[in-house]
Design a protein around this ligand. Structure first.
Ligand code: ATP
Ligand code: MG
Length: 386
């Protein structure tokens, strides 16, 4: 039985911007929302009907969340699997603890890619000095990544040789790591896949992504530099990965396209994703509404991209001038541009590198979207090359 709009309450673990946009989508359909997040100033807590301010492992708070909600989701990757397990004893939880646990650990994630028949970078799991000594030469130069808790390029070291590898393993505290061969990238893309509890799967068009300093900067859809066959392969691969772990909800799978044209999976996030924010204005169904539909057991239909789009990530850096003085970005100038749609996350304090919002620029053609996005970059002081 689906949880029908207007008659159910949906819970979210985590109160960041992804939770906030989820709440907006759920409320638009008439659901009530409860957010669990220890931070009194959380962006999602500020818009939900209720905000439980407690730790994610606070058993009493989890019980309260389960009591008030019909189904519960999560908006951040590192939610403790134990919290999801406790909630799942009495409520629908999507995505489930076992799938989230795979996504939280790069070693398990890569094993799952292997099991799904989707190629990833050659790698080795490092848990000990013996593993370090056994690393094959072919993996160097490489990137050493902590198995857990990495994001935005944090918890990673590029290593050219064995000496650097050993030093980097020490520097990262000798926690479990994955060493990946450094691959020659032509470009990066990602795919949103949505799977319902009944096993039905839909995918969104391929997103072409540009990162700056390890943080997503620009997403463009349709992907200008990826041919149709490779796009179809990426969507099929993402669907196989989701199905193989019995996933329910929105999953974002990141890929590399190598200089020789091969597609290689990088990693995945068990939730709506920054690179999927374009769906809010360029598709008939946003990634957040899809998350609502999947967890509520509502129909998933194939989403349709109705406009070419460029998404610009808005980091806290935009709130400071070259001399480090605080300034207000020229939103009025940006909003005068045809097709420009602004989303700010309601964070009080801007900091360099902090995700403050994003701007979706849609156009009748890809060229028009790009042109207006370049104008927005000029107004905001963002680099206009991507
Ligand atoms: P996020 O959570 O922001 O997506 P992350 O910290 O989890 O990032 P990754 O996505 O694993 O990190 O890597 C960050 C970036 O480093 C990639 O987007 C890519 O540009 C580069 N990178 C990662 N792995 C490799 C590789 N094996 N070869 C070449 N470049 C890589
Ligand atoms: Mg990544």
């Amino acid at each position: 039985m689906p949880l029908l709009p207007g008659a159910a309450t949906l819970g979210v673990l985590g109160g960041g911007q992804l939770g906030r946009m989820f709440v907006h989508a759920a409320q638009a359909l008439g659901y009530r929302c409860v957010v669990l997040d220890p931070d009194a100033a959380s962006p999602a807590g500020a818009v939900a009907q209720d905000h439980l301010k407690a730790d994610y492992l606070d058993a009493a708070a989890l019980e309260e969340l389960a009591r008030r909600c019909d189904a519960i989701t999560t908006e951040f990757e590192n939610v403790p699997a134990r919290a999801l397990e406790q909630l799942a004893r009495s409520r629908v939880v999507a995505p489930g603890a076992s799938a989230v646990a795979i996504c939280q650990d790069r070693a398990r994630e890569k094993a799952h890619f292997d099991a799904s028949g989707v190629a990833c970078a050659p790698y080795a799991v490092l848990r000990s000095s013996a593993d370090l000594a056994a690393v094959p030469d072919a993996l160097l130069p490489g990137i050493l990544k902590t198995a857990r808790l990495g994001y935005d390029g944090k918890g990673q070291r590029r290593v050219a040789d064995r000496a650097q590898l050993a030093a980097a393993f020490d520097e990262l505290g000798r926690v479990d790591c994955v060493l990946e061969q450094m691959l020659p990238l032509a470009l990066e893309l990602s795919v949103l896949v949505v799977r319902g509890a009944g096993g039905e799967v839909v995918t969104y068009p391929v997103q072409q992504n540009l990162h700056r300093d390890g943080i997503l900067a620009v997403t463009e859809v349709p992907a200008p530099d990826v041919d149709a066959a490779l796009q179809a392969q990426a969507r099929r691969s993402a669907a196989a990965i989701a199905t193989g772990m019995g996933y329910v909800g929105v999953l974002c799978v990141e890929f590399f396209v190598l200089k020789d044209g091969r597609l290689v999976v990088n990693e995945m996030a068990p939730r709506p994703h920054n690179s999927g924010h374009y769906t809010m204005n360029a598709c008939d169904l946003s990634q957040f509404e899809m998350q609502v539909r999947a967890m509520a057991g509502l129909p998933l239909r194939e989403p349709r991209l109705h406009s070419p789009v460029v998404m610009l990530n808005l980091l806290g850096d935009l709130w400071f001038d070259g001399a480090g003085r605080e300034r207000a970005p020229d939103w009025a100038g940006v909003l005068a541009l045809p097709g420009a749609e602004l989303h700010l996350y309601g964070k009080a304090q801007a900091r360099a590198g902090r995700k403050m919002g994003h701007l979706n620029v849609i156009g009748a053609t890809a060229e028009e979207a790009r042109q207006q996005a370049r104008r927005a970059c000029a107004i905001l002081g963002l680099p206009d090359t991507w």
